[in-house]
Design a protein around this ligand. Structure first.
Ligand code: KG4
Ligand code: ZN
Length: 333
């Protein structure tokens, strides 16, 4: 009955979770609101706030799980990819905890962990499955053959899908983080009100930078004619942009499913919290006879539960690391 403490600090969420024999007992997420004033994550500030939040987050995760620190069997932490200063806080904490308790340390790749979030709840996808991982920094189609046998078969050649949403919200004058706000406005708007271009990228790769420029010019031209254009059309603009991004993502996913002849299809990463994308995948899955898997909201955006579950499977494999381990800002699978 291994008890795993999971630690996540790769960007602007400080999170700690406790997993007991593969069952998630707690998942504490401390959001950093300080970045709102700057319109994006400020790395220096993020590391400082992680430093303040890490111990209370871990204490709360242990309390909620009804687990004493003496009962923890291993510490799993995000090694990368992410902001180096942010990662250093979580990695240093995990090392100190493991050293003090004389228990194993487990490194986890953040992007693999987003995929492994599907192993927290039931039903779990069957191998091999495809996972569309969409976050603020990544857009990937991952072929998952086993818990730690994953291959990126398609990815963005420039901006990530979440970045496109966040940049759009900035153009519209909405506060950071933009994704959830675009989602909220999109629910009230007409997705067909405005047409944005679908990039023609071969194969399974994505591109969002052209779309971003198209949105920028579209807003600039309309505001030049009517200064109230954004205010009067915010719901329709958000619905149309979201609709375009969702279609781009789902068209490539459909192509990958055909190419690999796979019917178990999963969604992961912060953008998988998006209502339009969740609905779109569910509908497409029903049309094409897919088994679709969408995580609970708390396991979509950055969280330590996904780190703890990845740690649990690595613990079963005896896959541990030593105290010399250091974080990696870039970390391929
Ligand atoms: O996975 P995540 O929490 O952090 C990274 O690893 O990047 O993803 C954050 C991204 C941001 O771009 C945010 O705007 C987006 O996920 N996001 C959403 C929603 N919730 C978060 N995008 C659209 N709709 C949402 N409801
Ligand atoms: Zn993430």
């Amino acid at each position: 009955m291994p008890v795993i403490l999971g630690i996540e600090s790769s960007c602007d969420e400080t999170s700690a979770a406790v997993c007991v024999d593969g069952e998630m007992r707690s998942n504490v997420i401390a959001n950093q609101t300080i970045h709102e004033a700057y319109g994006g994550v400020v790395p220096e500030l993020a590391s400082r706030v992680h430093q303040q939040n890490i111990v209370p987050a871990v204490q709360q995760a242990l309390t909620r799980a009804n687990i004493r620190k003496e009962q923890v069997d291993a510490v799993a932490f995000t090694r990368g990819p992410g902001l180096l200063g942010s990662l250093l806080v979580g990695v240093s904490f995990a090392k100190a905890f493991a050293l003090a308790r004389q228990i194993p340390l487990i490194e986890v790749n953040h992007m693999q962990a987003h995929v492994l979030a599907h192993f927290i709840d039931d039903p779990k996808p069957a191998f091999p499955f495809l996972c569309l991982t969409v976050s603020g920094g990544h857009t990937q189609i991952v072929l998952v053959r086993d818990h730690f046998d994953m291959q990126v078969v398609g990815q963005t050649t420039d901006d990530a899908a979440g970045e496109a949403l966040d940049k759009t919200s900035k153009i519209l004058g909405l506060p950071y983080p933009g994704g959830p706000l675009i989602d909220k406005h999109a629910r009230l708007g007409d997705p067909k009100a405005f047409q944005f271009p679908e990039p023609q990228i071969p194969g399974l790769d994505f591109s969002f930078s052209g779309l971003k420029t198209a949105i920028l010019y579209f807003i600039r031209d309309h505001v030049a004619l009517d200064p109230d254009f954004v205010g009067n059309n915010i719901d329709d603009i958000c619905a149309s942009v979201e609709h375009r991004i969702v279609t781009i993502l789902l068209n490539k996913l459909k192509r990958a499913a055909l190419q690999f002849n796979i019917r178990d299809i999963a969604l992961a990463g912060g953008v998988s919290a998006n209502t339009g994308l969740r609905q779109g995948l569910t509908e497409l899955g029903q049309q094409l006879g897919w088994n679709t898997f969408i995580p609970q909201f708390q396991y979509c955006t950055d969280n330590a539960a996904m780190i703890a579950i990845a740690g649990y499977y690595k613990y079963l494999n005896g896959d541990f690391v030593g105290q010399e381990i250091a974080p990696l800002a870039r970390m391929p699978f």
